[in-house]
Ligand binder design. Structure first.
Ligand code: SF4
Length: 77
């Protein structure tokens, strides 16, 4: 398991993360910014910006973090 986080104050809604890791990220229809997809959101909070992903999605999440133009995504193994 790895922890992923989207800093919505940095996100500009460019869409790179949900293109590179569509299993992990999606567009929030209200803010047009990125959020963690529902299965991986932390269950103990309403925060859509943090989550935990299984190891098989780690490479995709790292690619999204590298591809994010504003450095809004962090991945912690
Ligand atoms: S790649 Fe970064 S800036 Fe673009 S939508 Fe995802 S988190 Fe936001």
């Amino acid at each position: 398991m790895a922890k992923v986080r989207v800093d919505k104050t940095l996100c500009i809604g460019c869409g790179a993360c949900w293109a590179l890791a569509p299993s992990v990220f999606e567009e929030d229809p209200e803010s047009y910014k990125s959020r963690i997809k529902e299965p991986y959101r932390k269950t103990d909070s309403d925060d859509e910006s943090t989550g935990e992903i299984p190891d098989n999605l780690l490479d995709d999440a790292k690619k999204a973090a590298e591809g994010c133009p504003t450095g809004a995504i962090s991945v912690e193994e």
